[in-house]
Design a protein around this ligand. Structure first.
Ligand code: ATP
Length: 860
């Protein structure tokens, strides 16, 4: 449908709607008929695909084939058991993948946008996915257009359609009907398209298409779905590939040795393939997703909503947190403390005469009162209006004689806002804004007093007050086009007001924590340099002369190279435009810093996108900034970023522990089987034992490591280098030596048991390997601290997992049915105790390793 060519009455006709919006019941019916206003994810895996994915791994297929061949050759029980274990493995893998997917979906659901819609002539906010054709919606700067719409009221509307048309310049939109012709998407000036950014102005519009019928829906298949693999997953996948090759070679060696020793070909084949299946850590990337997704779930409880999963992993690497001041570092509850009125001003409307400053305060704002009498609106404006109101100057009364007829809305680049009021003989223009900006717009006559004004402003700013000025002028008539540069000029300053916005108490604590953790907190604000510096001092961001403060103009004057030289010393940026945030991010990144940057406005989006962690504000942030971010602060609070960093570090630690555990266990199994022939021992384990260990012993306790509490020193060590290899020398050595030790302990048990002529030697070996891993997992919980210090029982899920594994192992040893299945034999109590004692050697070994590490760190 060519919606852009229709007239507004035709649109109303077609959509069977009106300027009062749809009837709620009709909207419900349409939703049922048209479906949700959502873009279907064409790349999403179905449950069947997920299930199939589990068993189509190349190695698993070979194992199934080998097991079936062995079945035909007579080992039917073995075949069945192997198949059962493979099925169990697939189910576990499927559940993991499914849960990861669900957790990701839940996260996506939480960031769903809402829309302001008019139904039954009443405005309300509903999920954007519930919009239907015919709905009337309101759009303002910062919104993402939720569906394809046709504007019917517009005020200085600009839309960024680059996501759809590739055109990077903002396009103007209006309500004009277009003459019959061919129009490219970008030229349809009366239409707004789903997914594009509403960057300026305000508008009302009819929804004309929703969901897959929108232009975005049409091209959805062409849009590449976002890259979801995290850096860690990518590295694990490529590492996994290299490791698979090594493991395959080792398995071929084991197979070869077996043949030389005269073992049965088919048995050796199944054994070596089982070993390969068990030892190749193909599930690691999926497990990392689960850990990250669950970590993200925990973060939501802590008021940090993760939009992009890799952020969970990279949070721990943050070295700089660049934060907005107002509302994030401060409480955003302002109160006017002092005002200064410029004496003797001529040429003002008579209604204004006695209280010029207070009247300007009452008139120039977008504040209103809700039905309970509370002020609603921007907190700066609320403070100013309230001050006037408390001094008996009320907007409702003033506006009767000086009605507002137009406005130039506030924007943080201009740093001011202007309202136009009708008077008996012309138009009164009132501009309010950052004082230093206003000073540049004054009449020649008043410019002589700027020094005087400035010293008064500075005195207020040094106390940490935000100072806003008011200036006025009269013009004969309202111009057709409101050009800010032209209008906000030749103004007469009438006075200014200083207000406090106290720092958040929790932010002070968080700043301290940051510094201990090697993270540098930086304040970025649109406010005055002196105000910003005073607040930064109160928060502990600035503590010495070496901590620099810089304002936007100074920043502009520096070349990129010069800026890079000082960027690491700057702690406060004042009077900066959102565009300059990008320069700050880039300079810090040039210096190899890992930057978290907050932002709330439309213009913050590029900086948020480019920061390593872009942080948007959940309460006061625009949709566009949220869309560009990696993480959203649900409480707009700086302290929450620090909490998120702490969690990020913990989650990453736990992933590393998890990888270390799985790899050590695998290494143990390989060493045991590889070394046995060289020590003149028979093959210690059967294929089903290996598969069992892989399924139960590795899986359950390994996953429980994700619940490990944070290590006590977690926020007292430096941030992790994001480029650092996961397999550090320490980790690789650990995997090799603990694996070797585990293998030798197992073989020692085997040698002894065979020497003692114990028929149950293989059960003992199998159990020792299984229990050794449990000892290993206990000890691996802390990088350096003794388990006795961090508390044996401080990770409850792990204790649960160990108990289950222990009981399952006992069932295999003592229940006759499983004796047949797993070829085990019941152990005597003494034998069981011996296996437990021998298995504990690995635990003590790892504890000894940590003890030595602690000694070395103490000495250095
Ligand atoms: P932050 O510290 O988070 O950057 P900020 O409020 O200081 O927040 P902006 O919102 O960009 O940053 O405001 C920049 C400046 O513009 C403020 O310091 C103030 O002087 C001025 N200002 C803020 N709000 C208004 C407003 N509603 N009308 C006119 N001027 C305003």
């Amino acid at each position: 449908m060519n919606w852009h060519l229709l007239s507004l009455p035709q649109i109303i006709d077609q959509l069977e709607t009106s300027t009062e919006g749809l009837d709620a019941t009709i909207a419900q019916q349409r939703l049922h008929k048209e479906g949700k206003n959502e873009i279907a994810d064409t790349k999403k895996k179905t449950i069947w695909q997920m299930l199939l994915h589990q068993v189509t791994d190349f190695m698993i297929l070979i194992l199934i084939a080998a097991a079936i061949i062995s079945g035909f050759l007579g080992e039917v029980i073995d075949t069945i058991i192997i198949l059962v274990i493979i099925v169990l493995n697939a189910i576990v893998g499927f559940i993991q993948e499914y849960r990861a997917e669900k957790a990701m979906e839940a996260l996506k659901g939480m960031v769903a946008n809402t829309s302001r819609v008019l139904r039954n002539n009443k405005w309300s906010d509903i999920p954007a996915s519930d919009l239907v054709p015919g709905d009337v919606i309101n759009l303002e700067a910062g919104n993402i257009i939720p569906a394809d719409v046709r504007f019917f009221e517009s005020h200085q509307v600009k839309v960024d359609e680059s996501s759809l048309t590739g055109e990077s310049l903002n396009v103007d939109k209006n309500i004009e009907e277009l003459p019959e012709a061919e129009y490219a998407l970008g030229d349809r000036s009366n239409m707004g398209y789903k997914g594009t950014f509403f960057t300026n102005g305000r508008a009302m519009a009819y929804v004309v298409e929703t969901g897959m019928s929108t232009e975005l829906g049409r091209i959805a298949k062409m849009i590449q779905t976002e890259e979801t693999a995290t850096p860690l997953q990518k590295r694990l996948t490529s590492f996994g590939k290299r490791l698979s090759v090594i493991i395959l070679i080792l398995c071929i060696v084991i197979f070869g040795i077996g043949l030389i020793r005269g073992e049965s070909i088919i048995e050796m084949l199944i054994l070596s393939i089982s070993l390969a299946v068990a030892a190749i850590p193909e599930a690691l990337p999926a497990l990392v997703t689960i850990t990250l997704a669950f970590g993200a779930k925990k973060l939501v409880k802590n008021k940090a909503l993760i939009r992009k999963l890799p952020a969970v992993e990279t949070l721990g690497s943050v070295t700089y947190i660049c934060s907005d001041k107002t509302g994030t570092l401060t409480i955003n509850k302002m109160e006017v403390q002092e005002v200064f009125e410029v004496p003797m001003i001529d040429n003002v409307p008579f209604q204004f005469k006695n209280n010029i400053l207070l009247s300007a305060m009452a008139l120039n704002n977008d504040v209103s009162k809700d039905k309970n009498g509370n002020w609603i609106g921007d907190s700066t404006e609320v403070a100013l209006v309230k001050y006037a109101y408390d001094h008996d100057i009320k907007r409702s009364i003033l506006e009767k004689e000086l009605p507002r007829i137009a406005e130039l809305p506030f924007d943080s680049t201009r740093k001011c806002m202007t309202t136009f009021h009708q008077t008996n003989n012309g138009i009164l223009v009132i501009t309010k804004g950052a004082v230093d900006t206003l000073f540049q717009k004054l009449t020649v006559a008043q410019r002589t007093s700027i020094d005087d004004f400035e010293s008064k402003v500075n005195a207020m700013a040094e106390k940490g007050y935000r100072v806003l000025g008011y200036a006025i002028k009269t013009i004969p008539f309202l111009p057709d086009y409101l050009d800010a540069d032209e209008i906000e000029n030749e103004l007469t300053l009438v006075g200014f007001a200083g207000m406090i916005d106290p720092p958040r108490e929790e932010a002070k604590q968080a700043v301290k924590e940051c510094k201990e953790a090697g993270i540098i907190p930086v304040m970025i604000t649109g406010d005055h340099k002196l105000t910003a510096k005073a607040i930064a001092k109160q928060l502990g961001i600035v503590t010495s002369e070496a901590d620099l403060a810089m304002n936007g103009t100074e920043l502009n004057q520096l070349t990129d190279d010069d800026f890079e030289k000082v960027v690491e010393k700057v702690r406060v940026y004042a009077r900066v435009n959102p565009e300059q945030k990008l320069k700050i991010v880039s300079a810090l990144q040039e210096k190899n810093q890992f930057v978290a940057m907050t932002g709330d406005g439309v213009n913050d989006a590029p900086a948020l996108k480019n920061a390593d962690i872009g942080v948007a504000m959940g309460i006061n942030g625009t949709e566009v900034s949220k869309e560009a971010s990696h993480m959203i602060l649900l409480d707009d609070n700086f302290a929450t970023i620090v909490v998120a960093v702490r969690h990020g570090r913990k989650i990453f630690d736990n992933i590393l522990k998890f990888i270390k555990y799985i790899m050590t266990s695998n290494s143990g199994e390989i060493w045991a089987i590889l070394l046995a022939p060289f020590l003149g021992l028979p093959i210690p384990l059967m294929a089903i034992h290996i598969l069992w260990i892989n399924l139960v012993t590795d899986g359950l306790p390994g996953l429980a490591l994700a619940s490990e509490p944070a290590e006590p020193n977690i926020m007292r060590r430096s941030p992790r280098d994001p480029k650092q290899n996961i397999f550090t020398l320490g980790m690789s050595l650990h995997i090799l030596w603990v694996g070797l030790f585990m293998g030798l302990v197992t073989l020692g048990m085997q040698a002894w048991a065979i020497d003692q002529d114990k028929a149950s030697w293989q059960t003992m070996v199998f159990t020792v390997l299984c229990f050794s891993q449990m000892g290993n997992v206990m000890s691996i919980r802390s990088e350096k601290e003794s388990v006795f210090k961090i508390g044996l029982f401080s990770n409850k899920p792990l204790i649960g997992a160990l108990l289950i594994t222990f009981v399952l192992q006992l069932i295999i040893i003592y229940v006759p049915f499983f004796n047949t299945v797993f070829r085990t034999q019941p152990l005597t109590i003494i034998e069981l105790l011996i296996t437990i004692a021998v298995s504990s050697l690995v635990f003590w070994g790892v504890e000894l390793e940590k003890f030595i590490k602690r000694r070395i760190t103490k000495k250095s």
